[in-house]
Write a protein that binds this ligand. Sequence first.
Ligand SMILES: Nc1ncnc2c1ncn2[C@@H]1O[C@H](COP(=O)(O)OP(=O)(O)OP(=O)(O)O)[C@@H](O)[C@H]1O
Ligand SMILES: O=C(O)c1ccc[n+]([C@@H]2O[C@H](COP(=O)([O-])O)[C@@H](O)[C@H]2O)c1
Length: 219
Amino acid sequence: MDVFLVYGGTFDPIHRGHLAIACAARDALRCTVHVVPASDPPHRAPPGADAGQRAAMVAIAIAHVPGLVLDRRELQRGGRSYTVETLAELRAALGPRRPLAWLVGADSLLGLSGWHRWTSLFDLAHLVVAERPGSGLDDAIPGVLADALRARWTERPDDLAAAPGGRVLRLRQPLSLVSATEVRAQLARGAPVDALLPPGVAAFIEATGLYRPAPGASL
Ligand SMILES: Nc1ncnc2c1ncn2[C@@H]1O[C@H](COP(=O)(O)OP(=O)(O)OP(=O)(O)O)[C@@H](O)[C@H]1O
Ligand SMILES: O=C(O)c1ccc[n+]([C@@H]2O[C@H](COP(=O)([O-])O)[C@@H](O)[C@H]2O)c1
């Protein structure tokens, strides 16, 4: 059965690194990627753009990318965007047998043991983990998480199609150095960001005045 693949993120703003891993996961699993902007992302400071603006930038970024679709379920649910709740909602809708997977970057995986009800995530879905510069997966995984992952790792996409959840697929895609932090910093100092962003997103940011320093603020 084909995998229902979900990619959650703050996307403040969505950048080329996000698209690169979404497309790599799409191609590895040969399935659609459902991109889910977080309404109120846990474990981080409030985003610079509101949830509607972040979703609008995702819509612009993926408009012409085959196999990527916007899913507004966390915006509609409101409140803290706990992944375990999103996956439980999807599992109820998809039934117990459909393979379901959640895409993360390596830095997110390294913090997984701090997530709300994190051990339940594996009962609900697979994880797909994209490598990210600066976040090594081979020796950096903290003990309790390493133990939880040990028997779950695979490099074979077919293992995800063969079960509803519980495996962790390591994606080995070309690395992208881009981060939303870097994009926001560049914008704050008035530096060009076109090379970091999908087409159309820079124009949206320019038109809305997002991420500009407040007048008179020192950089
Ligand atoms: N360049 C990248 N390579 C691999 N994974 C990435 C990359 N950028 C983001 N991700 C992953 O995408 C998901 C959503 O990321 P997020 O929206 O927080 O972007 P970010 O660039 O990490 O943002 P920020 O710099 O504000 O923390 C996370 O799981 C993150 O690990
Ligand atoms: O459920 C949690 O406790 C949890 C903790 C941290 C991050 N997440 C989710 O992981 C995704 C990436 O988070 P972030 O902060 O790197 O954009 C996003 O969908 C978050 O809602 C979820």
